[in-house]
Design a binder for this molecule. Structure first.
Ligand code: DC
Length: 235
């Protein structure tokens, strides 16, 4: 009999596929906590600072042991804290994303965050969004979803988003950058981006946002029913 009674839903996929919006929507709809693992990498990057990805192992491990994450609340009201301070918009800068991605190549960082994420998932039912949630961090998850879409379509969506925000983006540059990030994410040696063998793959290239939401709502709703049924049988 499993001792885990929390339910973990994993949402993985490449950059620009809409993971954050959809994960937040699911967490809100089903009253689950929302675990933004990218925010954990970014908060760590902000804390440790520029160049920390090149620190020797001892120095990096010592710094990591001083970071403590905690998660409370649900849906849109989920509060992710590092060292008792809520992680806010200060992590949403291009250079912090870059630092996070460099730190994410260090084995010590991935291993530290994997443990921290697993502890959160053992205590709280949540939607975990990232790149290695289903295959590495939460292999026991009750529902694993891998979202994908052609890079041209993901770049087009991002282009539209920036246009709506009043910016003047260049579609060609966005497409080229996105393909480069895909290449890096899928080919890095530690925890490369790939679907877990038991993940449900959803290619959203030709789907509207409403259609994707509807499909996810159905899949996650069924997983929750099954999870509740299992708890009922065990008790
Ligand atoms: O999802 P994001 O852009 O906020 O993530 C920032 C960086 O953190 C991303 O470039 C790679 C890294 N990351 C990771 O390696 N594994 C995760 N599960 C989440 C993020």
């Amino acid at each position: 009999m499993s001792k885990i009674s929390s339910l973990v839903i994993t949402i993985d996929g490449p950059a620009g596929v809409g993971k954050s919006t959809l994960s937040r929507f699911l967490a809100q709809h089903f009253s689950l906590a929302y675990l933004d693992t990218g925010a954990m990498f970014r908060a760590m990057a902000l804390h440790l600072g520029e160049g920390s990805w090149s620190w020797p192992q001892n120095q990096l491990n010592a710094a990591l042991s001083g970071l403590h994450f905690c998660l409370s609340g649900q849906g849109e009201s989920t509060d992710l804290k590092v060292n008792n301070r809520t992680i806010g918009p200060e992590i949403r800068h291009e250079h912090i994303g870059l630092w996070a991605s460099y730190l994410g190549q260090r084995e010590e960082v991935r291993s530290y965050l994997k443990s921290a994420q697993q502890i959160l998932g053992k205590n709280t039912s949540l939607v975990a969004e990232g790149r290695d949630m289903g295959c590495v961090v939460f292999p026991w998850a009750g529902c694993k979803i891998f979202l994908d879409a052609r890079p041209e379509e993901r770049a087009r969506r991002r282009w539209q988003q920036l246009l709506d925000m009043g910016q003047d983006p260049d579609l060609e540059t966005l497409t080229r950058d996105l393909k480069q990030r895909d290449e890096q994410d899928r080919n890095r040696s530690i925890a490369p981006l790939r679907p877990a063998p038991d993940a449900l793959l959803i290619d959203t290239t030709h789907m509207t946002e409403d259609q994707v939401r509807g499909k996810l709502q159905e899949v996650v709703g069924n997983a929750i029913q099954e999870h509740l049924g299992n708890i009922f049988i065990r008790t």
